[in-house]
Design a binder for this molecule. Structure first.
Ligand code: IPE
Ligand code: IPE
Ligand code: MG
Length: 255
């Protein structure tokens, strides 16, 4: 029978108290502000990137603890090749080191390592480290970390359109088969839910080509904190704010 006397929702004084039944399944993070973090300490930008890796470790653990299923981390965009050569190669070296040094721990923590983006342009050592990590962790059941590498939302969509055009051309699918839902199978995130929450630290208020198709109805959360200073508390705060949002998807407020 319909219950007219709905229990009032508990009011948490502590804003970080979370409704564990409404943890986002998929969170995207634009890991920004490493350079500014380093500059503020008179350190080279690379040191900021190194410090950012530490944050990944903490946030992954917290996501696992909270039961987040997918965590997409924007690590290198299709536009980041514009940076000085030294910085690009330092980032690639850091990626390989991270995967090599952390793989055992990632595996022990039940993390599934995955990537999104066109990794064919990455140095071979990085491609190898990624496929090794993916292979080793593929049967794990914890949070899936999608490292977004040489990732661009526009590149992803255009690539998907090309693949669809080929599938139509070869007769594998019909034009009528192309729908908003079926198009998702042509994206790097095939089979994954859209991110309910996208977090961008560092004070920038833009998506910078991140998950353009998937973010149509994502809740966005911005903070001026730089990524190396981002903590478990910030993550929990972002999720707490997300849980207060009224997600209407174009409909009317749910009472
Ligand atoms: C994000 O930090 C890391 C990458 C884009 C690889 P930035 O390097 O963009 O840091 P800021 O924005 O210059 O502070
Ligand atoms: C976005 O940050 C890409 C990553 C965090 C990997 P950027 O620092 O490259 O973005 P813009 O240039 O501020 O838009
Ligand atoms: Mg930046």
């Amino acid at each position: 029978m319909f219950n007219f006397f709905k229990k009032p929702k508990p009011i948490h004084k502590d804003s970080s108290a979370l409704d564990m039944d409404r943890i986002p399944k998929h969170i995207g993070i634009i890991m920004d502000g490493n350079g500014r973090w380093a500059k503020g300490r008179n350190l080279p930008r690379t040191m900021g990137h190194k410090a950012g890796v530490e944050t990944i470790r903490k946030i992954l653990k917290e996501c696992n603890r909270l039961g987040v299923r997918y965590l997409t981390l924007y690590a290198f965009s299709t536009e980041n090749w514009k940076r000085p050569k030294d910085e690009v190669s330092a980032l690639m070296t850091l990626l390989v080191e991270y995967l090599k040094n952390e793989l055992k721990e990632l595996h022990e923590n039940n993390v599934v390592v995955n990537y999104v983006g066109n990794i064919a342009r990455l140095p071979e050592a990085a491609q190898r480290a990624l496929s090794d990590a993916k292979e080793m962790t593929k049967d794990n059941t914890g949070v899936q970390m999608n490292l977004a590498l040489n990732y661009g939302g526009r590149e992803e969509i255009v690539r998907g359109v090309r693949d669809i055009a080929e599938a139509v051309h070869s007769g594998a699918i019909k034009v009528e088969d192309i729908t908003e839902e079926s198009f998702k199978d042509y994206l790097y995130t095939k089979g994954q839910p859209d991110p309910e929450l996208i977090i961008r630290p560092s004070g920038e208020l833009r998506l910078s080509n991140f998950l353009l198709y998937q973010s149509a109805y994502s809740e966005l959360w911005f903070s001026s904190i730089n990524w190396p200073d981002f903590s478990e508390d910030h993550l929990r705060g972002a999720i707490a704010d997300y849980q207060k949002r009224d997600r209407r998807f174009g409909g009317v407020k749910s009472e």
